[in-house]
Design a protein around this ligand. Structure first.
Ligand SMILES: [Zn+2]
Length: 399
């Protein structure tokens, strides 16, 4: 079977790599060039033994004893000799590598349409059992050469950079993968949004304040901030909220995250800073974390300590999307639970409320009732209009 397939392939001139690659999924521990060489040797022996179905031109370069040999090797009709040029691509990659600091890399190849068509034509003729695509072999073989040249590690999993070989342009590009830093933040000042505000309405954000020392250390071109939820702009976050900071295009990766976290200033504090990855971003985004809030509540009419005791009745809350976020969220009805509530009397018209709420519960509306869109509410139970004057997140319940 193998020999039959080999003979079929050898009807057109192919190099050892392209021959061996059609049997790539058989045996491990060999390069495709080695596989191709071994198969061709067997075919050459069969030709020498007098197998009339094999033309000597199928096995050029072998010295046959019983037949005239063909010494001239024609150009491979599948790869057009690309495997003789891989060293040039590795050199170009090494030159790109000087621009940035990294330790792992991956190689990607974009074949020319000519190469893609030649491979398709071969597969159509001989089938695809046991084969490997041309670009996969190029990626691996160039990867080996780059490893040797620059002493960095080839890694399919989360590489720092990706070298892109464009076989049409005969060029090598480099993409720098983002760099991720995990941390937990406190926002100690009101009036700062969590992420950069596109309109420039707010001069700064937790994102910008946090990113500053990390941008300087890594030479990144930009950043993204992935928080485990977010607090309102006018709310403080006294709890430690998990986040991942993503640095785009970092030129340096060897940083001391904990030391840089100490340089984050002006209203934001960071702890537990360390290196992270994209998987942790996904995890953070999916996490539905309960939060505990402390609110200063003002009432339109006097309430008594006894009235405040009634608030323990707040358990299952129906919340229609608050009016203040309707411009960016769809108008939906949600059910959210209050997992704990405590009120501390300050005076007849104000009290402090501590609420543990399920992820997604809007606290300001839980207090005001949002004109009947949140029900039941603190206002409805007390029978007076209440508003949240100050809000702090005091605990993020990380499961
Ligand atoms: Zn070839």
């Amino acid at each position: 079977m193998i020999i039959e397939k080999a003979l079929k392939i050898l009807k057109q001139p192919v190099c050892d790599n392209c021959l061996g690659r059609q049997f790539s999924q058989l045996l491990s521990g060999f390069t495709n060039a080695e596989r191709g060489r071994a198969i061709r040797m067997v075919v050459a022996m069969a030709a020498d033994a007098g197998d009339a179905s094999i033309d000597a031109s199928s096995v050029p370069g072998f010295k046959l004893r019983n037949k005239p040999s063909v010494s001239e090797c024609p150009e491979c009709s599948v790869c057009f000799g690309i495997f003789n040029e891989l060293g040039k691509y590795a050199k170009k990659a090494a030159a790109q590598a000087k621009k940035t600091e990294f330790s792992t890399f991956l190689v990607g190849t974009r074949p020319s349409s000519e190469l893609a068509a030649a491979e398709d034509a071969l597969w159509e003729r001989v089938g695809i059992d046991h084969c490997e695509p041309l670009k996969a072999e190029i990626n691996r073989e160039v990867g080996k050469l780059i490893e040797k040249q620059i002493g960095k590690k080839f890694s399919a999993k989360q590489p720092d950079v990706v070298f892109l070989i464009d076989l049409t342009a005969k060029a090598v590009g480099m993409e720098i993968n983002p760099f991720f830093i995990y941390g937990e933040y406190q926002k100690l000042k009101r009036g700062i949004p969590q992420t950069r505000w596109p309109s420039g309405k707010y001069k700064t954000s937790v994102e910008q304040i946090t990113a500053k020392p990390f941008m300087r250390a890594t030479g990144g071109s930009g950043h993204k901030f992935h928080g485990a939820g977010r607090e309102d702009i006018d709310a403080r976050c006294l709890a430690w909220r998990p986040f991942v900071l993503e640095i785009l295009d970092p030129k340096k990766r060897d940083i001391d995250a904990a030391a840089l976290a100490k340089k984050v200033g002006a209203g934001v504090k960071i702890r537990n800073a360390r290196l992270s990855d994209i998987a942790e971003v996904r995890k953070l985004k999916e996490a539905r974390l309960d939060k505990t809030y402390r609110a200063l509540v003002k009432c339109s009419a006097p309430v008594s300590r006894k009235d405040l005791a009634k608030l323990s009745a707040l358990k299952q809350i129906g919340q229609q999307t608050p009016r203040r976020v309707l411009h960016r969220r769809s108008d939906l009805m949600r059910r959210r639970s209050v997992k704990g509530i405590k009120a501390k009397y300050i005076n007849a018209k104000s009290f402090e409320l501590t609420v543990k709420g399920e992820s997604g519960l809007y606290i300001k509306e839980l207090i005001s009732g949002d004109e009947g869109r949140t029900t039941p509410s603190v206002s409805a139970i007390l029978g007076v209009q209440c508003v949240c004057k100050e809000l702090d997140v005091i605990e993020v319940h990380v499961k």
